[in-house]
Design a protein. Structure first.
Length: 186
């Protein structure tokens, strides 16, 4: 009975070593090496295999929070809104979003809160240009402090903090045009 257990253990160890050596050989092989061999086998000497090049559009996309607006210690009637603009004239803000493949958190108002804009197609090779704006309205005291953090197409993170005492707007250019009058009634 002990011999069976020992034999089983030896077989398991050999199996584990075989998997390990196969995985390390695959990981250390140059990319596309297998494809080059197949290419040589499939085509005659007269035809050359073309290497596939990865295009920018084929680069992996990952959702990135491109802007976050937070505020606190404000008046109970404070309304602070994040607005985002793209180069095609689309915009997101005040609870609506027409920028493709993106999401905007819900419209929040009150003495404290946050709003975020997430870009669903951000890549380091081909990020889209976006500009940002903040609209503030509030009639009560105290003034509301807000902070915006945003990422431009070049991947640089920017930030700003303001303490507006009256209704106003703040623009944060990032490549896309910012339309005038985007803060309705402000």
């Amino acid at each position: 009975m002990e011999k069976r257990g020992l034999i089983g253990l030896v077989i398991l160890a050999i199996f584990a070593m075989a998997i390990s050596s196969t995985a390390s050989a695959t990981a250390s092989a140059p990319r596309g090496a297998g494809a080059a061999k197949k290419c040589k086998k499939r085509h005659s000497a007269k035809k050359k295999c073309a290497k596939k090049k990865r295009r920018k559009a084929d680069a992996p996309h990952s959702p990135v929070i491109r802007a976050m607006l937070t505020w606190g210690n404000g008046a109970s009637d404070a309304d602070v809104d994040l607005h985002v603009f793209d180069t095609n004239g689309n915009q997101a803000g005040n609870g609506s979003n027409t920028i493709p493949l993106s999401s905007l958190s819900g419209d929040v108002s009150g003495p404290a809160g946050s709003e975020t804009f997430t870009d669903g197609v951000f890549t380091s090779q081909a990020a889209r240009d976006l500009s940002f704006g903040v609209c503030y309205s509030g009639r009560g005291a105290p003034q509301t402090n807000f902070t915006i953090t945003y990422v431009t197409a070049d991947g640089v993170i920017h930030g700003d903090s303001q303490s507006p005492a009256s209704s106003s707007h703040f623009d944060y250019p990032g490549g896309a045009p910012i339309p005038s009058g985007y803060c309705k009634g402000r």
